[in-house]
Design a protein around this ligand. Structure first.
Ligand code: 5GP
Ligand code: MN
Length: 339
C-alpha cells in the first residue's frame, strides 16, 4: 500500500468509527477470510465493526473464526440495513465495482459513509476515498496483511486474524499454485503461521469436506467434459436437473472447472452451470498463460475477474449458451494456440 493511501487510511481510523465490511456476492474463501481478518483487526484497534455478505456462502467456509457474526443480507435484511445506515466507514473487499454486491448495491450507493476499497481485481472503480488496488497481489487476504503492516500494527495480528488471512490466500491461490503466488506471498504465509495459522487443519477444514453427493456430482461433471482440441479448450456443463439429483448446495461445484485445466495442452477451461432460480447460466472461466479470461468474460458474458480466473453469466438456455460459446472461439484461435 503506497504512502498516500496509508496516510489517508490512518486519518480515517484516527478516532473510533462505526465500520461495515462488505465483500462480493457469492463470497469465496478470500472474500470471507479477508473480511473477517480485517474486522478482528479493526475491533482490536478500538472500532465498531460488522461484516455483511450479500448472500449465503458454502458450508466449507463456515468454520472460519468469527463466521457466526457475519450478517447475510439476503437472510438478515433489517439488521444488515441498520448496520449500513449506522456506518460512517465502509470497507469494500475483494471486488472492483459496486455492481458486484447484488441487492446491496443501492444501499451502498446511497450511503454517506466514507469508503475504503481493498481489492486485487482488474479495472477498479473510483467510489472510495482511499483505494488500495493491486492486481499483482495473490488475494485480498494478502492485501489485508500488507494493509495492517503498512499501518505499523503487525503485532496486533492474533490467531483468528492469521487463520482467516491464511484461508483467503490458500483458496485464492489454488493452494499456492497460481502465478500470482509470489515470494512475498510465501513470506506473508510464513508470518501468518508464526501467528498461529495451522496449515494442515485449515486445508482439511476447507478441502476435505466433500459429501458423497458432491463427490458423485464431480464424477458427473467430469463425465460431461467436452474437449475442443482445435482451441486447446475444455468445458463442462451441469444442468439444474443434474444438480438437483445430487442435492446441490452452494459451493458444491467450487473447483470443478480446475479439473478441465489439468488436461495436458488445455489452456482454456470453462464450466457452465444452469441456475433455474436466477434464470441464468453461471459461467466460470480459467486459463493458463497469457490468455485473458477477464477480457473474454467482459467482452461476451458481462463478467470479469483476473487474467487466469474470471466469471460471468448468460441469460440464454444452457444449450444455446454452449452453442454460442463454441461459435465465438474461432476468433480466439490464434491467442489460444499461443497462450
Ligand atoms: P469464480 O469463477 O470462482 O466464481 O470467479 C473467478 C473470479 O472471477 C473471482 O475473482 C470472482 O470474483 C470473479 N467473478 C466471478 N463472477 C463474476 C462476475 O459475474 N463478474 C465479475 N466482474 N467478476 C466475477
Ligand atoms: Mn480474491
Amino acid at each position: 500500500m503506497n504512502k498516500e493511501t496509508t496516510q489517508a487510511v490512518k486519518k480515517l481510523l484516527e478516532n473510533p468509527r462505526k465500520i461495515v465490511i462488505v465483500a462480493h456476492k457469492n463470497p469465496d474463501g478470500d472474500a470471507i477470510g479477508s473480511s473477517l481478518g480485517l474486522c478482528f483487526f479493526l475491533k482490536k484497534m478500538g472500532h465498531d465493526c460488522q461484516v455483511i455478505m450479500p448472500n449465503d456462502f458454502p458450508d466449507f467456509l463456515k468454520w472460519m473464526p468469527g463466521v457466526d457474526e457475519i450478517l447475510v443480507f439476503e437472510k438478515d435484511l433489517e439488521k444488515a440495513k441498520q448496520s449500513i445506515t449506522d456506518a460512517n466507514l465502509i470497507f469494500t473487499l475483494d471486488f472492483n465495482s459496486l455492481d458486484r454486491v447484488g441487492d446491496l448495491q443501492p444501499l451502498l450507493e446511497n450511503s454517506e459513509a466514507d469508503f475504503v476499497m481493498i481489492d486485487h481485481h482488474q479495472q477498479p472503480a473510483t467510489y472510495a476515498v482511499a483505494t488500495y488496488s493491486d492486481v499483482s497481489v495473490s488475494s485480498t487476504a494478502e492485501m489485508v496483511y500488507h494493509f495492517i503492516n503498512a499501518l505499523g500494527e503487525a503485532e496486533k495480528i492474533t490467531e483468528p486474524i492469521a487463520t482467516n488471512l491464511y484461508s483467503g490466500i490458500l483458496t485464492d491461490t489454488g493452494s499456492f499454485r497460481f502465478p500470482a503466488t509470489l515470494p512475498t506471498t510465501h513470506r506473508v504465509i510464513a508470518a501468518l503461521m508464526e501467528k498461529g495459522a495451522d496449515n494442515a487443519v485449515i486445508y482439511q477444514n476447507i478441502y476435505d469436506t466433500f459429501t458423497p453427493d458432491r463427490m458423485k456430482l464431480l464424477g458427473l461433471a467430469l463425465n460431461n467434459l467436452t474437449i475442443l482440441e482445435e482451441y486447446n479448450t475444455a468445458y463442462i456443463t451441469l444442468t439444474q436437473k443434474e444438480l438437483d439429483e445430487h442435492n446441490f448446495k452452494k459451493g458444491d461445484t467450487e473447483g470443478f472447472v480446475n479439473y478441465a485445466l489439468m488436461i495436458k495442452g488445455i489452456v482454456f477451461a470453462v464450466i457452465f452451470i444452469e441456475n433455474k432460480q436466477e434464470n441464468i447460466v453461471k459461467i466460470s472461466f480459467r486459463s493458463k498463460g497469457r490468455f485473458s479470461v477477464n477480457d473474454f468474460s467482459r467482452s461476451h458474458y458481462n463478467g470479469g475477474g483476473h487474467i487466469n480466473a474470471a466469471g460471468g453469466k448468460s441469460s440464454q438456455s444452457l444449450s444455446n449458451t454452449v452453442t454460442e460459446f463454441i461459435s465465438i472461439l474461432p476468433r480466439y484461435k490464434q491467442e489460444l494456440s499461443n497462450a
